[in-house]
Design a protein around this ligand. Structure first.
Ligand SMILES: O=C(O)/C=C/C(=O)CC(=O)CC(=O)O
Ligand SMILES: [Ca+2]
Ligand SMILES: [Mg+2]
Length: 441
């Protein structure tokens, strides 16, 4: 019996085609594409359709081999999947069954045609279709280098006021370059992974000496992460105009942050152990190509400085190559929505971040991941960290169960979801990233 394929208003319809890595009891981890509440095994699908190039890249336990193939192959693969899966959705009857005309194109020997009725077609498709309920999702990329930016002026100003009350809210370089730091690639984990409360040194300004123990100011940071492919060589750089050719897709990212460890360690070299204990990303990488309808101009005000040429990029498609993305994020803590950050508020665009990251000749590797920085807006309900939402713990949040939080307690679960406007009134999904705090070891 055929299950429903995907309803027209589903955020993982054919307008999205997000990639992940899944396994089943019978199948080792391999690349899949989400369609509705199913995962399509695109390695076997491509193999059955004679697309051996794609089948080989997708029969691997991470997206890295596919990322290495570069933007022209990504576009070709998306066009093929759009045609193949899009036709399946459009041609489906009211029950969204799979039409036989779609399945005929994926018969292993290419001979199925008129003779292969709907029943045979559905059976043939069934071999590539797995219900989300029946699969385990894995970290979708083998993370090469991980960088985290600081692209929200509202977040940077808020943290400046809290951590550096005697200085200007924004550092003098902030509107001239996208500030970032290198993080720890090996501790990036997938949605659903528990996070152990970190232990370390902390010292509040008034304390006479540092103490050692579990963090008591454990926080979240709601961000987007950009997944990089099309590796480059050392000494070359990627311009703003070329950046989209190296940004394969977007994930939701939670940059867990121990504020007490961070505040004591970070001067002058920046975040280190306060953030390297764990960074969570969503299991689905939604291709940048799915966000064409979400491109927006960057927010700029009278008096903002002109950036140097290498951060400008040419015009081109209305909003220019340095486009922002209108992605809506929702953050909940133990089921209570605590914030709705808006990515269109970000000052720096992903293309500018990538151009800056390579302007010194640093190479890109397949599987590089860069975070946007915490997404915060001007209004309190759009702040992307507890540090800002509770103003360093002085204005605790009240959850639906009546309890209050300045920072995270053991057992707390934080879930972030996101979506963007898609073509023809559809929504493009990014799925979710969730994590639960377990006690310090
Ligand atoms: O301003 C600071 O000292 C620290 C800022 C952060 O912790 C934020 C960071 O990781 C970058 C970001 O997420 O925007
Ligand atoms: Ca961060
Ligand atoms: Mg981190």
């Amino acid at each position: 019996m055929s299950r429903d394929l995907v309803s027209a208003d589903h955020p993982f319809g054919p307008q999205t085609l997000a990639f992940g890595v899944f396994s089943t009891d019978a199948n080792a981890p391999r690349v899949g594409v989400r369609l509705g509440d199913d995962v399509i095994d695109v390695s076997t699908l491509a193999g059955a359709a004679g697309r051996e190039d794609l089948a080989a890249a997708w029969a691997t336990p991470s997206l890295n081999a596919f990322l290495a193939l570069g933007h022209e192959v990504w576009a070709d693969a998306r066009a093929w999947l759009t045609e193949t899966l899009g036709a399946a959705v459009e041609g489906a009857d009211d029950r969204r069954a799979i039409p036989s005309n779609w399945v005929s194109s994926v018969q292993p020997d290419g001979v199925a045609g008129e003779g292969a009725g709907a029943g045979a077609g559905v059976d043939a498709l069934a071999a590539h279709r797995h219900s989300l309920e029946d699969v385990t999702l894995h970290l979708p990329i083998e993370v090469a280098d991980y960088v985290d930016f600081y692209a929200s002026a509202h977040h940077a100003s808020n943290v400046g006021k809290i951590f550096r009350p005697d200085n200007a809210a924004l550092p003098p370089n902030w509107k001239h370059l996208p500030i970032g730091y290198h993080g720890r690639a090996g501790t990036v984990v997938v949605d659903g992974t528990d996070i152990t409360r970190p232990t370390g040194q902390r010292k509040a300004p008034a304390d006479p000496a540092p103490t050692f123990g579990p963090s008591i100011r454990l926080d979240i940071e709601a961000e987007l992460g950009y997944v990089v492919g099309g590796a480059t060589t050392m000494g070359s750089r990627v311009s703003v105009d070329e950046a989209a050719q190296h940004i394969f897709g977007v994930v939701i990212l939670n940059d867990w942050s121990a504020r007490d460890i961070q505040a004591w360690e970070y001067v002058p070299l920046g975040p280190f152990l306060g953030k390297s204990f764990g960074t969570s990303i969503s299991a689905w990488v939604t291709p940048l190509a799915a966000f064409d309808s979400a491109r927006v101009a960057l927010p700029r005000e009278e008096g903002d400085p002109e950036v140097l040429d290498y951060l400008r990029g040419g015009e081109g498609d209305g909003v220019g190559a340095a486009f922002g993305l209108d992605i809506h994020v929702e953050v909940s803590l133990n089921g209570t929505v605590i914030s709705r950050p808006e990515n269109r508020d970000m000052y720096w665009s992903p293309a500018q971040m990538l151009a800056h990251m390579t302007v010194n000749g640093a190479s890109l590797r397949n599987g590089d991941l860069f975070g946007s920085g915490t997404i915060s807006g001007a209004e309190k309900p759009t702040r992307g960290s507890l540090l800002e939402l509770s103003w360093s713990g002085t204005e605790p949040l009240t959850l639906d169960d009546g309890s209050t939080r300045g920072f995270l307690e053991d057992g707390d679960t934080v879930t972030m979801t996101a979506w963007a406007p898609g073509p023809d009134g559809t929504r493009v999904g990014l799925g979710q990233v969730s994590g639960t705090i377990t006690p310090a070891t």
